[in-house]
Design a binder for this molecule. Structure first.
Ligand code: GYE
Length: 326
């Protein structure tokens, strides 16, 4: 008699023999027919900062290098438009979709509709809610940074520089986005063990320079006792620096600053002593994303989460990094 377990093993064995992954959900993902050149859809979230522009350029350069067609859309900061953009890529029958989901939950329908339409989809740089859709099951893979680790590294550098004592204003990224959620968590987890490190105000500046300036200005007026800033990206940091200087304060002295990304402006601010630390978040996804597509088309099994290796920049190594900054 064959029991259920043996049946399952037989079935999985059969799948493996037929060249499928032995992870059953992975085998259900849309396949990518092997081609010399693919038609790739890239659904960008917005183009209002140097990080986004560097990411888009990296995708376009890589497509051009390989002679692949790139169908590019810009959601202009709207998750609803981004869902519509992915739908239009499905209608245009692209071979594969690269999606940088603006927020964790609203982009779930886009992920599911691509799967249903038989088009493989990879998440680029931002993630979706893992309780609603999973890598290797609902989409092929996520490629991006470890945002929790970035938050921890920012906290570690800041804590060391202020001897474990600071009153911190936090500028969060876009509400509901994975980098904002995870950078907040990583930083909070680290300072939990350092009772002198206190977040006295925390609010979103939507990853944007001008919003960062406005929000920082308001928070700092309400909390003039602040001694440090933790900002989830360099653009908001640059906005906050402008607000500090307008208030007659000296960034790097009156307020110690930890930031994330690695833009040219923030790297210059490291050299000028205005910013203490910039944890890298590399936007140049083109090569990794296109390599992953090629591998998937060749029938290779991708890891559900491909994590970029990021560096930590301070005054010491900023000059060396500057030529790569964007
Ligand atoms: O840090 C920020 C951008 O999703 C990791 O989004 C990315 C973030 C990046 O707008 O500058």
């Amino acid at each position: 008699m064959i029991d259920r377990r043996t049946m399952l093993q037989v079935t999985l064995g059969g799948l493996a023999a037929a060249g499928f992954s032995i992870r059953p959900a992975y085998a259900d993902l849309p396949k990518l027919e092997k081609k010399d050149k693919y038609k790739v859809g890239f659904a960008q979230t917005e183009s209002n900062n140097p990080w986004r522009l560097a990411q888009t350029k990296s995708m376009k350069d890589e497509a051009e290098k390989r002679g692949w067609q790139l169908v590019y859309t810009d959601a202009a900061g709207s998750a609803a438009k981004q869902v519509a953009d992915v739908r239009s890529m499905i209608a245009q029958k692209v071979d594969v979709i690269l999606l940088a989901p603006r927020e964790e939950k609203p982009l779930i329908p886009a992920v599911m509709e691509a799967k249903k339409a038989g088009i493989p989809l990879l998440l680029i740089d931002r993630n979706v809610d893992q309780s609603l859709a999973k890598g290797g099951e609902d989409y092929v893979a996520f490629i991006g940074s470890d945002f929790v680790k970035e938050g921890m590294q920012a906290a570690e550098a800041l804590t060391a520089a202020v001897d474990g004592k600071a009153k911190i204003i936090e500028l969060q990224g876009t509400v509901g986005s994975s980098p904002a959620n995870d950078r907040m968590k990583g930083f909070a987890d680290y300072i939990k063990d350092h009772p002198g490190m206190e977040i006295i105000a925390s609010q979103s500046g939507d990853f944007a320079r001008d919003k960062g300036r406005q929000v920082f200005e308001t928070l700092y007026q309400a909390h003039p006792e602040a001694t440090a800033l933790y900002s989830h990206n360099d653009e908001m940091t640059m906005g906050a620096i402008a607000a500090m200087e307008a208030a007659g304060k000296v960034p790097g002295k009156d307020l110690i600053i930890a930031s994330i990304d690695g833009t040219k402006d923030a790297t210059q601010a490291l050299l000028d002593g205005k910013v203490l630390v910039v944890v890298e978040c590399n936007p140049k996804f083109g090569p990794a994303a296109f390599d992953a597509i090629e591998k998937y088309g060749n029938g290779e099994t991708l890891e559900p989460r491909l994590v970029n290796v990021d560096r930590v920049f301070t005054k010491e190594n900023a000059a060396e990094y500057m030529p790569e900054a964007y």
